[in-house]
Every structure is written in C-alpha cells, then in structure tokens.
Design a protein around this ligand. Sequence first.
Ligand code: MRU
Length: 358
Amino acid sequence: MAVLDISPVRYENDKLLILDQTRLPGEEVYEEMNAKEDIWDAIYKLKVRGAPAIGVAAAYGLYVSVRNYEGTVEGFSSLLKDSRDYLCSARPTAVNLEWALNRMYGKYKTLLDDAKRRNVEFAVEEAKDALLNEAKKIEAEDIEACLSMGEFGLQLLKPEMGILTHCNAGTIATAKYGTCLAPIHLGQERGYNFKVFADETRPLLQGARLTSWELQKAGVDVTLICDNMASLVMRNGWIDAVVVGCDRMAANGDGANKIGTSGVAVLAKEYGIPFYMFVPTSTIDLDTPTGEEITIELRNGDEIREMWYEKPMAPEGVKTYNPAFDVTPAEYITAVVTEKGIVYPPYNENLLNIMKGK
Ligand code: MRU
C-alpha cells in the first residue's frame, strides 16, 4: 500500500531525512537534518510530529548531533548530555521525546560504565556506532509495536463500522503504520470496509491535512468533518467506535492527546460509544501519577488568529489561549490498546502490570 511506504523519518546513506508534514497534503518533501538546531526546529514546528515519530526523530537526531565530534571521552559525554537536554526542550507534552533521548543516553552510559568497570579503553567511535544502532532499534521496535497495536485494535472493531478519529495517529505519526490508524490500515487490507470520520482538528488541521490525506491515499472510506460536527455524527448513529492516539498516559490512565480529544471522549460517553486510546508502552509514563501533572504545551496565538486564512480572522492583538493538548480523564477511556495487549480499568493496577510484563 503506497501510503505505508512513506516513513516520516528516514536514515539512509548517512543522511537523516524528515518528511516536512507542514507541507502536506500539497507536497511530499523530505528535508535533511544536519545539526541539532535543524532537528529541534523540525520538532518545534511540527515538521515531524506525533509522539512516536518525534521519539524516532530525536533518537537519530541525537546521533547526528554528536557524530562529527572528535576529541576526548569527557568532551563527548558532555556534548551528548547537552544535546539530549537541548532536543528534549523542543516540545514538553509527548513523553516519547524524553523517553527516546534518555534511552539513547542510557545506552551510552552503560557502555561507558562497563568500560570503566572492566578497566578498558573507551572508544568514542564505537559509542557513536552504538548510538546509531540504538536509534535503529527504537525505529524497528516502533514499527513492531504499531503492527501489534493494529492487530489488538482490530479485535475491538467489526467490519462496516463507523469510526471517528481525532488528530493524526497514523503512519506518519510513528515509524510506520500508526497507532490508532494501524487497525484501520489492517482492516482495509482485510476488507473490513470501515467508514472513517476524521475531525479536522483545529488549529493545526492534522485531521484535515494528514489523516484524510493518509486514509484517502490508502483507499479507506474517509469523511472529513469540522471538530464541532462530532456530536451530530454521533447522534446520527454513524459512529460505532472512537479511536485516538496519545502523547503521554499517566499511571492512573489519564491520557494527554491533541486538543479536543477530551471533548470527543465526553461526547462518546454520552452517546454510549466506546472510546479507545492507542498507547504504545513508550508513551506510558508511570512517573507521572495523574493527568494533573502533565505539562501541556502552549503555542503561538497566531495559529488561531491567522494561520490558514488568507487574511487574519480575528481582531489584531486579541488575546488567545492555544493549548496544543488536553487530558482525557481515565474514566472516559473504555480501553487502552498497547502493543502488549488491551488494558481495561482499573488502569492504576493494569497499566503497571502490562509495563512489568504481567
Ligand atoms: O501536535 P501533534 O501533531 O504532534 O499531536 C499529535 C497527537 O496528538 C497524536 O494523537 C499523538 O501524538 C499520538 S501519534 C501516534
């Protein structure tokens, strides 16, 4: 399937390439990332976006940030740490960013500590190779996780269902296949004939620009609606399930996702429609007890006032409030789909079990 050949992050011939998602659906353009500033900017400006894809981009990005270093081990260690902290500051909500960067840094520290313990010389060049391999592993594991979430997700869905989704948690938001769109892609291959409704997802239009592009390209029956139409399509009886992604799930099952997700969850509960959140274990943050502690990114008000319009659609200088995410309380989430299985309430207990492999 052509759309599934598109990876948002590619590392080929020693080049880190990022699909510039701000130019979709009009143009499919890859940009080469040569320095940590390029990667920070690409994440901040949402050229690469979606929690798992941000993690993969950051992992390769950390390697690219340090790969040309020549000098002492101490110098390399401090460059790696500074680059990790710098990249981590690009966006605060999606936990995959810090998760991937800490995993890369942890890999390095293990190698360094191991060399010290064994009293052998530590080679910076070998450490660079290990970092690149770790980034490749993060990417490969994400592809596997998405495929697995696709299979588990499909167990919750039946052929011909009407499905509502918000934002884009598809193939371009991950290494490949997507989280909540993975079962839709799999279902498409298996003749499920889903009818998908994509919320446009104001203000950055991930639903209009990305989800409807991705699903249309895959041949899925997709209908684009404005965010404020979700209640109507539910009331019309057109929606049998809601599927969404997640940027950070707290230990109690509260899940942060694109702004507007919590409203969809409240509506789904009112209309008796199951609401499924797709959350790879890399997005589960057991160190954050509840959604209250999740930092919500605030973005520039111009995204509301004038972006996408030919001329500003709000009075100049009007105050804005532009949170990029909201938290859906655990009580609104019917089930959490992870790559290790489907998790049901009580989430406090069952998320911990799945993370421990129980
Ligand atoms: O601001 P974005 O476009 O990065 O927000 C993306 C989302 O909210 C996704 O639903 C989430 O990251 C899950 S992606 C598999």
